[in-house]
Design a binder for this molecule. Structure first.
Ligand code: G3P
Ligand code: MG
Length: 241
């Protein structure tokens, strides 16, 4: 069955990558949560999609130039709606502590393709290991070199190559890098790719799937998971298959 993974939490209904968005995804009965990680100036992994804080806080500057304490003062909820005023950017640790007692899979996306944060793979891995969440975690990245660095850290952890680019040998290529999953943009999926991933024993998950017709297509093709801003809608459509 195709897993329903809340993209940045239930991000259609609450500000992306915040605790209210994760809480809502959990209450909607999503089966997993996808979130994005950047590093602060003092090397604290935090959950925010952009390298820059402008879009979701209205302030200027890069995440990497804020200490965690400084970043925590910013309001990452008001841009979405007044209802969420005062919501802060969570740390990865806060998220992991919250998820421990919930039956949710984790997809932690390392946002290291624009800024290649030094050691982000180990920093995130060690925190996930500390909270004993390795078994239900996949680490993903668009950065091919980072995929290569992840594999030797632990041979059994889920590692996904993220891509929006077409290439014929995509499944083989992902395996060569050391990935055991492929996370692709919706326009890349077709029967052939599903087949190649099955043969290569690679999990295939698709982003960002918000339209019911696209959801149905992923379900019928037998994709392993979809990332969606509307987990409630996806669950409803999956239930009527
Ligand atoms: O991990 C799937 C998806 O989140 C990748 O793209 O830009 O939404 O982080 P983006
Ligand atoms: Mg992401």
């Amino acid at each position: 069955m195709t897993q329903i993974i809340a993209h940045r939490g239930a991000s259609k209904y609450a500000p992306e990558n915040t605790m209210p968005a994760f809480e809502l995804a959990y209450r909607m009965k999503a089966e997993g949560i996808e979130t994005d990680v950047q590093l602060t100036k003092d090397n604290i992994p935090v959950l925010i999609h952009d390298e820059h804080v402008k879009r979701t806080t209205g302030h200027s500057g890069y995440v990497k130039d804020y200490t965690f304490d400084e970043l925590s003062q910013l309001d990452a909820g008001s841009w979405f709606s007044d209802e969420f005023a005062g919501t802060s950017i969570p740390s990865l640790e806060e998220f992991l502590k919250w998820i421990i007692d919930k039956p949710l899979e984790l997809n932690i996306e390392l946002k290291n393709s624009k800024i290649d944060y030094s050691n982000i793979e180990k920093i995130v891995y060690e925190m996930v290991e500390h909270y004993k969440l390795l078994e239900r975690t996949t680490l993903s990245t668009f950065n091919h070199e980072s995929v290569k660095r992840l594999k030797p850290i632990n041979e059994t952890i889920g590692v996904a190559l993220l891509t929006s680019r077409k290439r014929k040998d995509l499944a083989d290529y992902a395996k060569i890098l050391g990935a055991n999953a492929l996370h692709v943009k919706y326009r890349l999926i077709n029967k052939a790719l599903v087949q190649q991933c099955k043969q290569g024993d690679l999990a295939l998950r698709v982003y960002t799937v918000n339209k019911p017709s696209h959801m149905m297509n992923c379900f019928l093709l037998g994709c392993d998971g979809i990332f969606t801003d509307v987990p409630n809608t996806a669950l409803m459509y999956r239930s009527i298959l």
